[in-house]
Design a protein around this ligand. Structure first.
Ligand SMILES: [Zn+2]
Length: 315
């Protein structure tokens, strides 16, 4: 058995993670750039539309992907249980065909922990406890035969030094986002990302010159025919606090010429704004009708007229 005290993975090799479901393979895999990780769960999902479907192997797809990467001598991590020899054989064979070293990394988390971790997963990702224990047993039994199967090295995940490169990569991304690497950075999109998440950024467009928010910056999130209009507020709960409002239909009057805004501080607010859940929100403030409390005094026509004039001058 080859053992390395300070395992430095070769720049060019195939790393095969081996461990039961719930062992933490995907967490470990995420310490490498996503482009270097072949998640067989994901590929199997592409074939079967159900990542948890353990029968849909999609082997042809897996090996084709792997084969291409091996041919280019690309560092590749295979993230899958790989607890059986038959699952590992095509992986080892693909690496060998291109003269790439193959390294087994055992993710030997105790079976009880693996079973516990099945709890919070989506239903189609949950593996039955018996299956997890069987996978764990198969992983342990695999250990003595891995070198004979063609693996050049057999390591335990515990012996890896992946936290440092992981943090380095995350730190570089953050530096780039902030524009501290000399690039443009995300700029004012940083706030958008913090509030609504990374996935919204490609849909986000600032609308320069729009006056629907009384002079505050306006943005749109659009996908096809559906969209939301947002305003960046710079004095939420006092000077200097930033936040977003989302534009909703006026709850008081279908024909209202004003703009009805409600605070939007999460992706859930955006979802609820689009599906109509916020249409009757008490947080809505209309530029004509005001907030919920103001409408109680609506009978005062003079006040309303005065408000209209104020709004008119803001526009
Ligand atoms: Zn209104």
């Amino acid at each position: 058995m080859t053992s390395l005290t300070y395992p430095q993975l070769p720049e060019s090799c195939l790393v095969v993670l081996i461990g039961a479901s719930g062992a933490g393979k995907s967490t470990l895999a995420s310490t490498w750039p996503a482009s270097q990780v072949l998640s067989l769960d994901a590929l199997r999902g592409a074939v079967s539309d159900d990542c948890g479907c353990q029968e849909a192997t999609g082997d042809a797809v897996d090996v084709l992907h792997l084969e291409r990467r091996m041919a280019r001598r690309k560092f590749t991590v295979v993230d899958a249980t790989n607890v059986t020899r038959s699952a590992r054989e095509p992986l080892v064979a693909a690496a060998k065909r291109h003269g790439m070293p193959v390294i087994a990394v055992m993710v030997a988390t105790p079976a009880s922990v693996c079973v516990e971790r099945q709890g919070p997963r989506p239903a189609n990702r949950t593996v039955p406890a018996d299956t997890v224990r069987a996978q764990h047993k198969a992983m342990v039994h695999s250990h003595p035969t891995l070198l004979a199967e063609g693996f050049n090295e057999v390591l335990f995940a515990d012996s890896l030094y992946q936290l440092l490169p992981y943090l380095k990569r995350l730190s570089e991304k953050r530096t780039a986002d902030l524009g501290l690497d000399g690039g443009e950075g995300l700029g004012d999109l940083l706030l958008v990302r913090r509030v609504f998440g990374e996935e919204i950024l490609p849909l986000w467009r600032w609308k320069p010159g729009s006056d629907v928010a009384g002079g505050d910056r306006v943005a749109e999130i659009r996908l096809g025919q559906q969209y939301l209009t947002l305003a960046l507020r710079t004095n939420v709960d006092g000077e200097g606090d930033y936040g977003f409002d989302v534009l909703l239909p006026c709850p008081h009057d279908d024909e209202c010429p004003g703009y009805a805004w409600a605070p939007a501080d999460s992706i859930t607010c955006l979802f609820r704004a689009l599906n109509g859940d916020l249409d009757t929100s008490e947080d809505i403030v209309c530029t004509v009708h005001g907030g919920v409390d103001d409408v109680d005094q609506e009978a005062d026509d003079h006040a309303l007229q005065a408000l209209r004039e104020t709004v008119g001058s803001v526009r």
